[in-house]
Ligand binder design. Sequence first.
Ligand code: ADP
Length: 304
Amino acid sequence: MNDVIRTNHLTKSYKKKTAVKSVSLHVKQGEIYGCVGPNGAGKSTIMKMLLNLIAPDSGEIFLFGEKLTDSSYECLKRMGSIIENPYFYEKMTARQNLEMYCDYIGYHNRERIGEVLEEVRLHHVENKPVSQYSLGMKQRLAIGRVILTRPQLLILDEPINALDPEGIREMRQLFQRLSREEGVTIFISSHILAEVEQMADTIGILSGGILRKEISMDEIHAYRSDYLEIKVDDVSRAAALLEKEKQISGMKILQENRIQIFDPELSPREIAAMLVNHGIGLEELVRKQSTLEDYFFAYTRGED
Ligand code: ADP
């Protein structure tokens, strides 16, 4: 598949601080790519460089296979973006806001407004003033405004920030529909892993301006493993017993008297019985699954 976005050792400093360090990322056509990292990781800086709003100090950007330069007008026309908080005329309806935007940019396909309102699922409330919309609805209207002209690539900075679970679900469905049904490539940033995890096809893990890892969600799902976590009154004796009686070597001892046991074949009932029979006070036993967050922290700590 072709890369719609490719960067080559992209680097940017603000005064003495390097915000983005030699980032080489790859976004495939039609996928949802989540650029994830804590605040200050460099996500917005990358997005602004992709949109030619700021210039990199070094490195290259290729969009739709073409090198981005100061005169890359045509390829920027194929892109839509939301970088800062979107604003609307609050007393006007969604339709009026979109009509005004069309007038402003000189886009004359009025039928498209109805299509877009349907696409972002606001057609049933299109005649209500925007002031009555929830944050999620406003965010969807913002996406509607961006997709009016049918861009092939969306660059969205923290589009799910501050949304409630319902808003996140709506946004996820919208992005997936755009990507699956219309082949739109979507590059989003977020500092909340769990939210991106549910919608992205590929994740780029960024911290300290460095792209630590690019990984497909399929690979992440394969990495995921079930484990048991127990809380006991005597961690060292319990660990010794697990090793001796059950030949378990994959264990991790945590704080608060907790032990994680990595062995998919294990029977929780047998573990509980063995520990209790040896006089260990078992306070908790739960089966858990490692999350993208575990993966992320493993990478940002430099472990593989
Ligand atoms: P993120 O979007 O991941 O929160 P940013 O790209 O906004 O990260 O910021 C990366 C780093 O660059 C941060 O340390 C931030 O303080 C710094 N930074 C961002 N914009 C500017 C600016 N205009 N001037 C100086 N430093 C900046």
